[in-house]
Design a protein around this ligand. Structure first.
Ligand SMILES: [Zn+2]
Length: 446
């Protein structure tokens, strides 16, 4: 369903934009007035509380639409669930028949614990000495939404016009799985009409001076193991108790975990390219008013594990290992495996975006980053999961990229920040990327 978009607050935005210019011209700054305005827009967005469990999507949508109208973009507001607006902003290309570019960013963020922060997490306080802007969402991923918009504003002002259409999607609920956000958008008629050829989605900060780019996400699995056995007196040593069986299972899993982790420690594989498995809960024992009954060996025990599989791993081999080695059924053990999302895309291919010459978008993207004076690290698999998976599942090439070099990785952490100069440089990088990708004229190959 589509809702009409509102332009009532665009005049307010224009006013606040002019005020921000006035204010920043009084304060001495290493930044131009225009850059100060860009930083101000970023702070305004960060101050809107879009953290779960109660994200203020309405205020965020109103702010983003105002900015989009101010820049002169076409806007469409979709809503796949009540109070969860999803914005599609469009800069039409001169040849709209060409596959378009989609720049995606999620509006929501994870909660913050204010008492653990040096500045309130929704204040977007800018430290005058370091230039750090502290806020939940500063890195993940409100920065890219404003950078996309500001990059387009700069390109428009410079007189550039795209050959392909450029779209921005601003979506709710990524941090809680995207079921009412990008997942629904991906299935919609509105999305089909966009004729998307390439997507840029969020990446991660880079502590070095090289930008990081991600070509795949790991696939999350949940493993629930249950063991049953004979109950008995706590003093007796006998085989086949529930907890003893579960301990044998946990030891086998721990050995496998070590084998994977050793490759990371030895520098053979990045952490995102091995299978991670971590215990997340254990449940057993006979409760008593003061805790647990200590002289009874219980008849049931349960344990849960978080698994993450890189797309290059054969899932069948792992399932065989679970069946034969970790949870053999003859031992009176059972398991449930929850696979979140498919392992292959709609064409039966691995869920990865190629980062070589066989993907015609890649060299254009790579060259655009480098020509903006930046370095690009070897493409990586992202350890976690983002909305990018929905697009890769449809076979649409998707790069995870957030231009944050020389920045500690603070997503979901206390004191999340992004430096003002890193934010501003990122806009220039997107100007280079958006102009290159949107004027790239190899229609026959994509
Ligand atoms: Zn994110």
């Amino acid at each position: 369903m589509s809702l009409p978009s509102s332009s009532s607050s665009s005049s307010h935005l224009t006013r606040s934009f002019l005020l921000s210019l006035l204010f920043t011209s009084i304060v001495a700054s290493a930044f131009s007035d225009n850059e100060e305005a860009q930083i101000h827009h970023f702070q305004q967005y960060l101050r809107i509380r879009t953290a779960h469990p109660d994200p203020d999507y309405t205020a965020a949508a109103s702010f983003l639409l105002s900015l989009a109208h101010f820049i002169g973009l076409q806007t469409l507001t979709l809503q796949f669930a009540p109070n969860k607006p999803l914005l599609l902003l469009t800069w039409p290309g001169s040849d709209p028949s060409l596959p378009s570019i989609l720049l995606n960013s999620h509006i929501d963020s994870v909660p913050a614990e204010p008492d653990k922060w040096i500045h309130p997490p929704f204040s977007a306080t800018r430290d005058p000495d370091t230039g750090r802007i502290y806020a939940r969402g500063a890195q993940d991923d409100k920065c890219i939404a404003i950078q996309y918009l500001e990059a387009i504003r700069s390109l428009k002002r410079s007189g550039f016009s795209p050959l392909r259409s450029v779209h921005i999607s601003l979506v709710p609920d990524e941090e809680i799985g995207g079921a009412d956000g990008f997942e629904k958008l991906a299935q919609s008629e509105e999305f089909r009409k966009l004729n998307v050829g390439l997507v840029l989605d969020e990446g991660q900060a880079s502590p070095s001076d090289e930008f990081r780019v991600f070509y795949a996400d790991r696939s999350p699995w949940r493993l629930f193991v249950k063991a049953t056995g004979s109950p008995g007196h706590g003093s007796r040593m006998y085989d086949g108790t529930a907890i003893e069986k579960l301990m044998v299972c946990a030891e086998a899993i721990a050995r496998f975990r070590d084998s994977q982790f050793d490759m990371v420690k030895a520098g053979i594989s990045p952490a995102s390219e091995v299978i991670s498995i971590n215990p997340v809960y254990m449940k057993s024992g006979t409760p008593s008013p003061s805790g647990f009954v200590m002289n009874v060996q219980p008849s049931e025990a349960e344990m849960g594990f978080d698994l993450r599989l890189p797309p290059t791993v054969d899932p069948e081999q792992l399932k065989e290992r679970i069946n034969k080695e970790w949870v053999p059924s003859f031992k009176n053990m059972s398991y449930t495996l929850l696979q979140k999302g498919p392992i292959k895309d709609c064409n039966g291919k691995l869920l990865i975006t190629l980062t070589n010459e066989s993907n015609p978008w890649w060299p254009v993207f790579e060259k655009a980053v480098i020509s903006s004076g930046k370095k690009l690290a070897k493409p990586e698999i992202l350890s976690s999961t983002t909305d990018a998976r929905f697009m890769r599942e449809m076979g649409i090439p998707t790069f995870g990229f957030s231009p944050m070099a020389n920045t500690p990785i603070l997503l979901h952490d206390h004191n999340e920040f992004l430096k003002d100069e890193v934010f501003v440089k990122g806009i220039k990088v997107y100007e280079s990327i958006i102009s290159a990708l949107s004027s790239f004229n190899l229609a026959s190959s994509v």
